[in-house]
Design a protein around this ligand. Structure first.
Ligand SMILES: [Zn+2]
Length: 315
């Protein structure tokens, strides 16, 4: 069976693995990105160390190297605008890696990559057209349409996190106003909890962090929700409504079969999925939305590695 090297370049860690065509990980390891050193050469060296680790002991050449990287990626594998890695701008990553290793290299935006991985091996398996969003500090997204990963004219695009749901809304880090990320990004979810507490609302969230508001995370909010806390439940319902509003636009545009939500915040929060799906069904055009399901991602913590490997197996 053909094997691929999957490299997931994040702001904190570079995750590397050897994968097979069925999406199994044969070995894996993570390396610090060393972004804080502020040098692109150090980060590139770490990527090479990660590739060398994955290749160690291979008796035949891998089918290729797949790299998922934060940032916008053009058709030549040049990475632009990656906010979490300093100097990670205008990096001809595909050329640098192909010059050193002599087999095919594919570079893709990290969330586009994860969308492809979920399509081949995860929650999107068996469907033709899927939308995937990942929720974390940032909100990312990807689309597989008719079995092909969707990209823009020249760049990776499909920046679903920066689609506005409120044209008069608060300004987002990207410069636009009312982007979905400005409502459901990690720090804004936390902000809702802090504001509720400052208004004097009683909530388990306060008890769980023993009054230390700076320790509130989406995980704490979901834990409070699972103990039937009203404030936490309201926050997650609001997240679901925002997502539902966004999805209604996406469904009207693309008529997908499923919408997949991944990321730490999306674990074990049925109320968020139910609200998102209910809002979506109320708002999107009936015939386009009838059979659409909103479901959690499946690839788990190793999604980045499995998906980067999956890039090698694109038709
Ligand atoms: Zn934005």
């Amino acid at each position: 069976m053909r094997k691929a090297i999957g490299i997931d370049v994040g702001g904190t860690y570079i995750k590397a693995g050897l994968t097979d065509e069925n999406g199994n990980i044969l070995k894996k390891k993570q390396f610090p990105t060393m972004a804080e050193k502020g040098s692109r050469d150090i980060v590139l060296k770490q990527i090479e160390n990660a590739i060398d680790f994955a290749m160690e002991g291979l008796t035949e050449s891998p089918a290729g190297i797949g790299i998922g990287s934060a940032g916008i990626v053009d058709d030549y594998g040049v990475v632009f605008e990656s906010p979490n890695i300093p100097e990670w701008h205008n990096i001809p990553l595909k050329k640098i890696i192909s010059d050193k290793y002599k087999f095919p290299v594919t570079v893709e935006n990290d969330v586009n990559s994860i969308t492809w991985g979920e399509f081949l091996y995860g929650a999107g398996k068996g469907y033709n057209t899927i939308i995937c969003i990942t929720m974390g500090t940032g909100v990312g997204g990807g689309v597989v349409k008719d079995g092909k990963l969707m990209r823009g004219n020249k760049y990776s695009a499909v920046e679903i996190g920066h689609i506005p749901i409120d044209y008069k809304g608060p300004q987002c880090k990207c410069g636009n106003y009312g982007c979905i990320e400005r409502f459901v990004g990690k720090e804004y979810i936390v902000e809702n909890a802090v504001n509720a507490i400052k208004k004097g609302e009683k909530t388990l969230i306060f008890d769980l962090v023993e009054g230390k508001l700076e320790e509130i995370t989406p995980k704490i909010i979901s834990a409070a929700y699972r103990k039937n806390d009203r404030v936490a439940t309201d926050i997650l319902i609001n997240v679901g409504i925002c997502l539902g509003a966004l999805f209604s636009g996406l469904v009207n545009l693309l008529n997908p079969e499923v919408i997949i939500i991944g990321g730490g915040i999306a674990q074990n929060v049925p109320i968020m999925f139910e609200t998102a799906e209910k809002t979506l069904k109320e708002r999107a055009m009936k015939i386009l939305v009838n059979d659409v399901k909103v479901i959690p991602s499946k690839l788990g913590l190793d999604a980045g590695i499995i998906s980067a490997g999956a890039l090698v197996f694109q038709k």
